[in-house]
Design a protein. Structure first.
Length: 339
């Protein structure tokens, strides 16, 4: 009887996590416009007052600003960029300007906030830049002492941008920063991804995917920004195509049936475990252990079999190497599971 109950529990947990069927209710739709009164820059903290309150199942249509309080802009000169960025460095303020926080009723610590990403529409331009090497930012600052900035037109009909003659990049918009408040009393930089989410820069989180965040404080206090139009895994020069989101449609669902220590995600084809650490090897271990734990809990595998399956079918990818805490995400393919 005990074994039968455990199998039933694992199957039910698997179905709930994979489909969200237990919490598929639809609610109201709210609009949240990014203004100086509805954004915050640089930090996640539980003392930041919410700018919107919603219920589980509600959808929010919002927009986001460009980095550095919307002062980053298409067409700016490199000297203007360096002066702007240096001002934030001097004040020890990270550059990410986030829309929120959003308070979700009934979200309590140890719950999970499910964020369904329904629509993402960027503005029609973006920039990529790397800063002078002396600032020590990026994957190879020692190789690029001068820095540069490029403005890119985003063709939102063809969903592509021309990087240079003969080089066309498909657009795949996503929100680089999505997170909830950290634990009470903690003030966390928007630059550094951690257990609460934040600057994950995971390019898999496009429209049609779902992010799961472990709730730390009442209401969750979700914020988002750092819109990207396209990015390679690694984000090696420190920026993607940095843009603003003209429209982001997100649905929030409180999951009391799930328990997570760190963010996870789901796409139509994969489940994704994520690890963040200053040491890339440690980030690998975190993501891999979470992937193994997921396989054990949801598929009833032994830890040894889950470890073996991870070696045979799970892909480890470098999310980014430039956000202090480096990122690894483990891609668990759904197609291998036939029941």
């Amino acid at each position: 009887m005990k074994t039968t109950c455990m199998i039933i529990f694992l199957v039910v947990s698997f179905v709930l996590f994979c489909s969200g069927a237990a919490m598929s209710q639809s609610g109201k739709t709210h609009k949240l416009v990014a203004t100086p009164q509805t954004v915050h820059t640089g930090f996640f903290e539980s003392t930041i007052p919410p700018v919107l309150t919603v219920n589980s199942g509600d959808t929010v249509t919002l927009n986001t600003m460009m980095l550095m309080d919307n002062q980053l802009r298409c067409g700016m000169t490199f000297d203007e960029l360096v002066a702007l960025r240096q001002g934030y460095v001097d004040r020890k303020v990270p550059p990410h300007t986030l829309t929120g926080p959003i308070f979700v009723n009934d979200a309590e610590p140890r719950d999970v906030l499910e964020v369904r990403i329904k629509k993402l529409i960027p503005i029609n331009c973006g920039v990529n830049y790397h800063l002078p090497g002396k600032m020590g930012i990026g994957g190879l600052p020692e190789d690029f002492p001068n820095g540069q900035i490029k403005t890119l037109h985003l063709d939102r009909v063809k969903m592509e941008t021309t990087f240079a003659p003969g080089i066309v990049i498909p657009l795949a918009p996503f929100l680089g920063v999505m997170g909830v408040s950290p634990k009470p009393g903690e003030k966390r930089s928007t630059t550094i991804p951690e257990y609460f989410g934040g600057n994950m820069d995971n390019k898999e989180l496009v429209a049609g995917t779902t992010l799961y965040l472990p709730v730390q404080v009442k209401g969750g206090l979700f914020s988002t920004g750092d819109a990207h139009a396209a990015q390679g895994d690694g984000e090696v020069n420190v920026t993607a195509i940095e843009t603003a989101m003209e429209e982001a449609e997100l649905q929030f669902i409180v999951r009391k049936d799930m328990k997570l220590e760190r963010p996870m995600a789901e796409t139509p084809t994969h489940w994704i475990a994520m690890g963040f650490h200053k040491d890339l090897n440690e980030a690998v271990k975190i993501a891999l252990r979470d992937a193994i734990q997921f396989l054990v809990k949801t598929k009833g595998l032994t830890p040894d079999d889950a470890y073996a399956l991870a070696s045979l079918a799970v892909d480890l990818r470098v999310t980014q190497i430039v956000d202090v805490n480096k990122g690894i995400h483990a891609m668990i393919p759904k197609a291998i599971f036939k029941k």
